[in-house]
Design a protein around this ligand. Structure first.
Ligand SMILES: NC(=O)c1ccc[n+]([C@@H]2O[C@H](COP(=O)([O-])OP(=O)(O)OC[C@H]3O[C@@H](n4cnc5c(N)ncnc54)[C@H](OP(=O)(O)O)[C@@H]3O)[C@@H](O)[C@H]2O)c1
Length: 326
């Protein structure tokens, strides 16, 4: 099969190569998916670039056996292992695991569910990491309730475009922070208020929020906390990643300081499970969650696509289409 292969860390343009490798064979609890679309999130860029450096041993250990990067897919089930019970050959599925940037991917059964009937493969391929992070961030970290005031920074990005929509579906009042060019888009996905960070600083206004879902980390912790209610919660989900430790300090600092104030801020890594993937499918089918798509690239242009996502100015989700000519 055709696949993108990565054997060392570095710029996606240097280390990602299109190759011809063996099609994987599913183990007992695994599903072989014919990939129709894969999506990219900024974490793919960090794991390919090997940033921050201190994480490299972990990134290497987490790499797919066949060295294929990428996590998010949507496609058709080609074959299943003996112990698989919930999906069957021919089913259209989506989910996230590892080894996505290829014609076929082998995923554990628990990391896939049936595709929402009303979404294309390209749209469905965006849900496994970014939408899941938005759901788990709002529900589990924010404990968001109807009527809560929620502020989402990076509202125009992969996680943010889902977080705005899911916050609204949960009955919250959603404020999105984005740049001027994205204001209309963030409004169009349901934000009640939009703050243009190039003109206004959300930490300096009078508004106070029950939950701040910070996907950027451009402001200091003490400034960001100022915009929370006395018992509000902060999810420091974004950070300036780079060097040896860049990207790790912010969530740790948010957690450490929350030991001394009533405003909570726990570290958080999203994890795929069938229940939450099914919850996303339900939201999509109810018309409450529509992925915002940025550009679509064919498989052989994956290095350019990952490099573009790595620049950090996404407008929704970037897609690799296996149906586009290579
Ligand atoms: N905890 C987890 O398990 C988990 C999972 C997934 C992602 N993450 C983290 O979540 C963060 C966001 O990920 P993502 O995939 O959504 O990133 P993304 O797709 O690159 O989106 C980032 C967005 O932020 C906007 N932005 C840049 N500076 C901003 C500012 N000062 N204020 C408001 N918006 C700004 C960018 O657009 P402009 O530059 O055009 O404004 C872009 O649209 C990343 O740090 C990622 O590592 C964590």
């Amino acid at each position: 099969m055709k696949a993108i292969v990565q054997t060392k860390f570095g710029s996606p343009l240097d280390v990602l190569k299109l190759g011809e490798i063996d099609t994987p064979t599913p183990g007992k609890d695994e599903v072989l998916v014919k990939v129709h679309a894969a999506s990219i999130h900024i974490g793919d860029y960090y794991t390919i670039a090997g940033l921050p450096y201190v994480m490299r041993p972990m990134f290497k250990a987490m790499r797919a056996k066949n060295d294929v990067p990428g996590m998010d897919v949507a496609g058709t089930v080609e074959a299943v292992g003996d112990d698989v019970t919930q999906v069957h050959p021919g089913d259209e599925v989506f989910g996230s695991h590892k080894g996505a940037f290829a014609e076929y991917a082998c995923f554990p059964e628990r990391s896939l569910v049936t595709k929402p009937a009303n979404l294309t493969f390209e749209q469905a391929s965006t849900l496994g990491v970014s939408a899941l992070t938005a759901l788990q961030g709002l529900r589990d970290q924010g404990e968001v309730q109807p009527g809560h005031k929620v502020l989402i920074t990076g509202a125009s990005g992969g996680v943010g475009t889902f977080a705005v929509q899911i916050a609204k579906a949960m009955g919250a009042e959603a404020t999105g922070v984005c740049s001027t060019r994205n204001m209309e888009m963030v409004r169009s996905i349901g934000a009640d208020h939009v703050i243009d960070y190039t003109h206004e600083d959300f930490t300096e206004g009078d508004r106070r929020y029950d939950f701040i879902f910070d996907n950027v980390g451009s402001r200091s912790l003490s400034d960001t906390r100022r915009a929370l209610t006395a018992t509000g919660r902060l999810l420091a989900n974004g950070a300036q990643v780079g060097g040896w430790f860049g990207g790790l300090r912010e969530p740790i600092a948010a957690f450490a300081s929350s030991l001394f104030v009533p405003q909570q801020g726990r570290p958080f890594v999203s994890t795929a499970n069938p229940e939450d993937l099914a919850a996303l499918k339900e939201l999509a089918e109810a018309g409450k969650l529509t992925p915002v798509l940025d550009r679509t690239f064919p498989l052989d242009q994956t290095p350019d696509a990952v490099a573009q996502v790595g620049e950090g100015h996404a407008q929704g989700k970037t897609i690799i289409s296996l149906e586009k000519a290579n």
